[in-house]
Write a protein that binds this ligand. Structure first.
Ligand SMILES: Cc1cc2nc3c(=O)[nH]c(=O)nc-3n(C[C@H](O)[C@H](O)[C@H](O)COP(=O)(O)OP(=O)(O)OC[C@H]3O[C@@H](n4cnc5c(N)ncnc54)[C@H](O)[C@@H]3O)c2cc1C
Length: 380
């Protein structure tokens, strides 16, 4: 595997580093404190082409490769985990999914709007009883006239506060589980949608997570992909999303590592910087090694996505390793900072809370282990 970046990837990475430093980082603390959707930062990201990074140029996107996209997500997450995951949702779970499943002018129109940065997208799969068991959809889509009536409640819909459109999953064949679920492209101003109860979350605050109450009528042209094949579409989107969440976790983990190193060099105890103590050095060495190992998995998964749209196991491995490495990085940063980190409003505290979510959304760590174990026997 070639670990070098092309001149184009390098120059994109530099432009994102500048954006993260100058536009995202100054807002990060406010986003966390207020828990409000970061509209100003997101619209700056949209102008940079970050709403449709890998979407083809002819569909309104920036036409970049997956590795470039994940490098951008890691860089932005280093500044703000919230901004990064919001971008992951609209890119991997919405724009890429529409491009993959598009069949008509309505889909093409929304793809251009999203990838061109005019609105952000949301992905509505989870329900009260459908978390890890995502096939247990109780939202129904029943034939009505020349379209469908969709009824149900979706929970934890990231970006919902600001999104113009959502991909909504519903059961079109109750009881058939994964063979009876259909994906619908639903504009969020459709009459019959109520956005409720913004989630006051522990970390990645400001992600605009809301529940959606649905009692809506949509035409046939809102069906994305094929009827009853929506579950496979959701899994396809999540496979890409997990590579990007691995990148997001690595950005958080790298920020924690750098914070710990800086503190270890400046904090004096027993007349020496604490960085001189082997116990502190070993914490930092372990964290750096585990983050880098996870980064290799993330690069491998992104490269496989670029080369063959493959890498089911690899994307789960990347997310599992990166989210657990980020959790450890944030935990060890807290240990190195000790009382200086264990303070509300400190950077170590924010990173500690933000890192935790990566082990939960887009499939928990247990779900990733289940996917890896199940498919290792596939002869891959
Ligand atoms: C910040 C945030 C943003 C989110 N954004 C979105 C979004 O935009 N769209 C969306 O659709 N959803 C979203 N979610 C929901 C997320 O995808 C789910 O929380 C996740 O899939 C886990 O589901 P659950 O919370 O219901 O946990 P549960 O499924 O109830 O799991 C609880 C525990 O049991 C374990 N478990 C469950 N089943 C098994 C099993 N078979 N074997 C072993 N262990 C098992 C889990 O790993 C976990 O540890 C978001 C969640 C959060 C926290």
């Amino acid at each position: 595997m070639d670990f070098g970046l092309t001149p184009e990837q390098q120059s994109f990475k530099h432009s994102i580093e500048q954006f993260a430093r100058e536009t995202v980082e100054p807002w990060a603390e406010t986003i966390d404190r207020n828990g409000e959707f970061p509209a100003v930062v997101m619209s700056a990201a949209a102008k940079l082409g970050l709403y449709g990074v890998t979407v083809a140029r002819e569909h309104g996107g920036a036409g970049r490769d997956y590795l470039s996209y994940t490098l951008a997500i890691e860089t932005i997450a280093h500044a703000s985990a919230t901004v990064a995951v919001s971008l992951v949702v609209t890119n991997s779970l919405v724009s890429e999914l529409i491009e993959h499943g598009a069949r008509n002018a309505l889909h093409a129109g929304w793809l251009k709007t999203l990838a061109g940065g005019q609105t952000i997208g949301a992905f509505a799969l989870s329900e009260a009883g459908a978390g890890t068991d995502a096939a247990n959809q109780q939202t129904t889509a029943v034939r009505e006239g020349s379209g469908y009536r969709i009824k149900g409640r979706k929970v934890w819909v990231a970006n919902a506060e600001a999104a113009g459109v959502a991909v909504v999953f519903a059961s079109t064949q109750p009881g058939a589980r994964r063979e009876g679920i259909t994906a619908f492209l639903v504009p969020l101003d459709t009459p019959g949608i109520t956005r409720t109860s913004r989630d006051d979350s522990l970390g990645v605050r400001g992600l605009g997570c809301m529940d959606l109450d649905l009692d809506i009528a949509v035409g046939d042209d809102h069906v994305l992909g094929q009827v009853n094949q929506g579950f496979a579409l959701a899994m396809w989107a999540l496979q890409g999303g997990r590579v990007a969440i691995a990148a997001q976790a690595l950005g958080i983990g790298r920020a924690a590592l750098e914070h710990a190193i800086a503190h270890a060099k400046s904090r004096q105890q027993f007349g020496r910087p604490i960085a001189a103590f082997e116990a502190v050095q070993f914490m930092i060495a372990d964290v750096a090694t585990e983050l880098d190992a996870a980064r290799m998995l993330m690069w491998k998964a992104a490269t496989m996505k670029d080369q063959s749209d493959d890498g089911l196991i690899e994307s789960s491995m990347a997310k599992l390793a990166a989210s657990e490495a980020a959790h450890k990085a944030a935990d060890k940063a807290m240990q190195v900072l000790a009382s200086a980190g264990y303070r509300r409003g400190s950077l170590a505290e924010r990173l500690f809370r933000d890192a935790r979510a990566a082990e939960i959304y887009q499939g928990t760590s247990e779900a990733q282990r289940m996917i890896i174990a199940k498919h290792l026997g596939d002869g891959r």
